[in-house]
Design a protein around this ligand. Structure first.
Ligand code: GLU
Length: 453
């Protein structure tokens, strides 16, 4: 059997870390077994579903390279099929019409709450043998058994169907409801394994019963534990509930983000970094931790820095300039500048901004504490010696700087601090040897002289 998985987002918002992880695990599971990964937009909620979100979800999946193997399915286009399937359940006696009014249902609920019972529909229309009269809803006749399945992550699950009510599958206006549509679509798409968040566990039980009543092949199910914020709450915009495309514009590499995401609840030995090929050979749902994982911005930044450090300078320049050219590739020594900057950078944006230290005149504050008499004199003296020195690489410069400090009997920061500031207008900058070399002798002398004035 060819494995077929699907990612089924509701296009009511952008793709976030949690959804991206579900998509990644579904993609990996299918692809590692030579199977197919499909995409289905669950867009039947006309009010909240937006084309803008479909587009942005597609863009995010494309950026992460989690491209579906078949054309995306739009659930809203299958409504007639859902409806006729629901009616077939009515024909076979597995569903029935219900004419209970809202008032009647509210009263039932109030009584149940008062009696400390779980509020749910009690099946009172089951034997009324009603037909559709323009206002009746169609309810699924939940079989009076228990539902069991072996979850690929959570293990054996059994639920007594008494806990579930005869839920509505067609509303009074004839439109099908979410659980029914999802079950029918999974069948039609020949999905062999449904991988979804564990907040859908109750939906799975309902859908599994529907699939059984339709005599369909019951897929395997895998429920992923939630991704929580660092403080253990639901993810908010500050911690991982960002649109995936925001990570792109903030300068994260998609391969770093994917590596970070895959480690949210999944691990293989003590390995931290994986190539896609490695993931495809190691990935197994059984290695997913059954408890919730926590989002960590710090760890994500660590991954991005790791990937930046190990990317070629040319690749980083291409990534910075993707979409629109921000850095002129003809900038002198640009690849060497990137080589220095990528060591300490968290994002591409950080590198891009730091490149300006080399290409633009520094902004020196005339009243800056480092611009004192002593520092100006020291730099003037340094200038006179630097002007004469011959060098062809950073190493030569470092030797010269070391010798200068020794001869002057000063400590390194005494020279380093004012010089960094004089050269860049910043206190946080690469080493002075790297700065002098990459800015170039002529320009460095101009910057140092300006500082001493
Ligand atoms: N549309 C559901 C959601 O976005 C997904 C349900 C599923 O994976 O079956 O949460």
């Amino acid at each position: 059997m060819t494995e077929r998985t699907r990612f089924a987002p509701s296009p009511t918002g952008h793709l976030h870390i949690g959804g991206a992880r579900t998509a990644l695990f579904s993609w990996l599971f299918a692809r590692s077994k030579g199977g197919k990964f499909l995409l289905r937009f669950e867009d039947t909620d006309v009010e909240r579903s937006k084309d803008e979100f479909k587009y942005s979800i597609l863009k995010s999946l494309e950026w992460l390279n989690l491209v579906p193997d078949e054309e995306p399915i739009y659930q809203s286009r299958n409504l007639e099929r859902h409806k006729s399937t629901a009616l077939s359940l009515f024909e076979q006696g597995a569903a029935y019409y219900c004419d209970c009014s809202i008032e009647e249902l509210e009263e039932l609920r109030a009584v149940q709450i008062k009696n400390k019972q779980k509020p749910m529909y009690d099946g009172r229309s089951r034997d009324k043998n009603l037909e559709y009269e323009g206002k009746n809803v169609l309810r699924y006749k939940m079989p009076a058994v228990s539902t069991s399945f072996k979850d690929l992550i959570l293990g054996d699950i059994t639920v007594d169907n008494k806990e579930l009510d005869d839920f509505i599958i067609l509303r009074a206006d004839g439109t099908p409801t979410y659980n029914f549509c999802a079950a029918v679509d999974d069948l039609d798409m020949k999905i062999s394994t449904v991988i979804r968040g564990d907040d859908h566990l109750t939906n799975t039980i309902k859908q599994l019963n529907i699939v059984k009543s339709l005599n369909g092949n019951i897929p395997s199910y895998a429920h992923l534990p939630m991704v929580l914020s660092e403080s253990g709450k639901r993810l908010s915009k500050r911690d991982g509930a960002l649109d995936i495309m925001d990570y792109k514009s903030e300068g994260y590499l998609s391969e770093a983000l994917l590596n970070y995401i895959v480690r949210l609840g999944w691990s293989k030995d003590e390995i931290e970094k994986f190539t896609m090929d490695e993931l495809l050979s190691y990935f197994d749902l059984t290695d997913i931790n059954s408890s919730a994982s926590k989002f960590s911005q710090q760890l994500l930044d660590w991954y991005n820095n790791e990937y930046l450090k190990n990317s070629s300078n040319k690749y980083i320049l291409e990534k910075i300039n993707e979409g629109n050219q921000k850095i002129d590739p003809a900038t002198p020594k640009i690849l060497e500048i990137i080589e220095v900057l990528k060591k300490g950078a968290k994002t591409l944006v950080e590198i891009e901004q730091s490149i300006l230290m080399f290409t633009e005149k520094p902004n020196i504050d005339a009243d800056h504490e480092l611009k004192n008499q002593e520092n100006r004199e020291l730099l003037l003296d340094f200038i006179s010696q630097f002007r004469e020195v011959d060098y062809s690489n950073i190493e030569d410069l470092n030797i010269f700087i070391k010798a200068y400090i020794k001869a002057k009997e000063i400590k390194f920061p005494q020279l380093g601090k004012p010089m960094r500031y004089a050269l860049t207008g910043k206190s946080n900058a690469p080493s002075i040897g790297e700065l002098l070399f990459l800015i170039g002798k002529e320009d460095s002398l101009v910057r140092l002289e300006n500082f001493t004035k």
